[in-house]
Design a protein around this ligand. Structure first.
Ligand SMILES: [Zn+2]
Length: 285
């Protein structure tokens, strides 16, 4: 290319970027999909604030904000943007509806359906501890800015959203991704964060919860070992423990979950390093 052409190309590039700045929308999509279990990451233009139902939404230093949808959410989210002069505009974000794998199993022995009475107190305490660990809000922002990494190699044996109806009673849907791997396989943090839980629970065995900021957190269950403790700071890719079969589990696997506040998200939709194919076979765990 001659130097004149290069020069013209440069002028065009400058013109285009100038126009892009002038026409910059107040809200632009960074990544993600508005769907059940999805997390949408938006960038808010300088000088704007965003609110939902009258509450201001937290925005990262890069101007990113996130909206997550639960497994069964159908209601649209209305974001109200306000510019420096106080002018407002509404954005409606409607989640698309998904189909989940629902399995009915009848004629089961009652002891497999209901946990024994003596474990009820521990189950209640575990649940309260998990809710507390997931209620953290911090200004950590690696996950918002960069997404999540896959935490362990292995074969997918359970997917988000699937549900079993045992003896006519619908069980809680499965909110995690089950990854079957050999016991002792290293498990790594999906993004930078702070450990908000590292304990042994009745159902999920060795359980780690990482706070990633802006109400995002990830959970790793059935761990054989845990190499971090509550309050530790971890980096994306850092080993936090190993795959096991602790708690109520039928074989070594990692159950990996991601929450946005109380909304359960589908880790498969959020992973930036998803490389494993889903087998046609039904989940084993
Ligand atoms: Zn699971």
């Amino acid at each position: 290319m001659s130097s004149v052409k290069i020069c013209l190309a440069l002028v065009f590039a400058l013109l285009l970027s100038a126009r892009a700045v002038a026409a910059e929308p107040p809200l632009s999509l960074v990544r993600g999909e508005a769907t059940q279990g999805g997390l949408v990451v938006f960038q808010l233009a300088d000088g704007f604030s965003a609110s939902r139902d009258g509450s201001l939404l937290p925005v990262t230093p890069r101007g990113f904000l996130v909206i997550g949808f639960h497994r069964d959410d159908t209601a649209p989210v209305i974001l109200t943007l306000t510019d420096a002069s106080g002018q407002t505009s509404d954005y409606v974000i409607t989640p698309s509806i998904r189909d989940y794998d629902v399995q009915r199993i009848d004629g089961l022995n009652k002891k497999f359906v209901t946990p024994p009475d003596e474990t009820i107190a521990q189950i209640k305490k575990d649940r309260a501890d998990v809710i507390k660990a997931r209620a953290m809000f911090s200004l950590l922002n690696d996950a918002v800015h960069n997404g999540f990494d896959w935490p362990s190699p292995g074969r997918i044996t359970g997917i988000y959203g699937s549900q079993r109806i045992l003896n006519g009673k619908p069980r809680q849907p499965h909110y995690g991704i089950d990854i079957a791997a050999a016991e002792g396989t290293p498990v790594t943090a999906s993004a930078d964060g702070v450990i908000s839980m590292a304990s042994d629970l009745y159902f999920t065995g060795g359980t780690i919860i990482i706070d990633h900021g802006y109400y995002l957190n990830s959970t790793y269950s059935h761990l054989k070992t845990m190499t971090v403790t509550e309050g530790d700071t971890v980096s994306r890719g850092q080993v936090i423990g190993t795959v096991g079969s602790t708690g109520r589990s039928t074989g070594p696997h990692l159950d990996w979950r991601i929450n946005w506040g109380t909304k359960r998200l589908d880790p498969m939709l959020l992973s930036r390093s998803f490389k494993i194919s889903v087998p046609k076979k039904r989940p084993e765990f």
